[in-house]
Design a protein around this ligand. Structure first.
Ligand code: SAH
Ligand code: DHB
Ligand code: MG
Length: 218
């Protein structure tokens, strides 16, 4: 088996053992494909990991940048308390529309607010504090999104940044790939004094070789 085939099979094993029968998220993925959206949602195991972070931190208000089909939004929003809310920012109207339908089907329309527009334009209109911020949109803007996470967060807010390893491309300081440059800039930002602690975890799985950064706001 190729490395990728093993990683995908192990993700399937994890889902079969620990995350079986998830019609809500399966439906979102199906609609994602029907609507012709790219299949770049977090994996099932990653969605479950984000949901655990929401629960461990007892988050009530979550900010997501990059909605796509609403997969990660649904995974997080459904474990929020009754009075919780998740605001998700999405630039593409077609993605936002698909996500709204998925969120409504999941029965979460009262807890999830999807705002259409480039995040750089919608972020200034938000008021904090958010307890958890998940950054998963255009990677070149990651340092700008981290600035906003600081502004809209509070002491102890959890910040998660997706896709920061890029198959090891993160090592290439001379890369002309803007996503790699944006992820390197995110690491520079996470290393500064605004963050109490930060780390990153490399991941392999159905989505290949990548990883998350996780930080705590000071
Ligand atoms: N968080 C989702 C995946 C998001 S994919 C999940 O795991 O289920 C990245 C999304 O960010 C795409 O839908 C893309 O349209 C959106 N995006 C790209 N640039 C953006 C921007 N400037 N502002 C807001 N959203 C953006
Ligand atoms: C891409 C974006 C993502 O957020 C992701 O998790 C995987 C891939 C992409 O733009 O290719
Ligand atoms: Mg991502």
């Amino acid at each position: 088996m190729s490395d990728q085939a093993i990683w995908t099979a192990v993700d399937d094993y994890i889902a079969d053992k620990l995350l079986p029968d998830d019609p809500m998220l399966d439906a979102a993925l199906k609609e994602n494909a029907v609507a012709g959206l790219p299949a770049i949602d977090v994996s099932r195991a990653q969605g479950a990991f984000l949901a655990l972070l929401v629960r461990i931190s007892a988050a009530r208000r979550v900010l997501e940048i990059g909605t796509l089909s609403g997969y990660s939004a649904i995974a997080m929003a459904r474990v929020l308390p009754e009075d919780g809310e998740l605001i998700s920012l999405e630039a593409e109207p077609h993605h936002a529309e698909t996500a709204r339908a998925n969120v409504a089907r999941a029965g979460l329309a009262d807890r999830v607010i999807i705002q259409v527009g480039r995040a750089a334009d919608t972020l200034p209109k938000l008021s904090g504090p958010f307890d958890l911020v998940f950054i998963d949109a255009d990677k070149p803007s990651n340092p700008i999104y981290l600035d906003w996470a600081v502004r809209l967060g509070r002491r102890g807010t959890i910040v998660v940044v997706d896709n920061v390893i890029r198959e090891g491309g993160i090592l290439n300081g001379n890369s002309r790939n803007e996503s790699i440059a944006g992820s390197r800039a995110a690491f520079d930002a996470l290393a500064d004094e605004r963050f109490e602690a930060a780390t990153a975890l490399q991941t392999v799985g159905a989505k290949g070789y990548d990883g998350f950064a996780i930080a705590l706001l000071k």
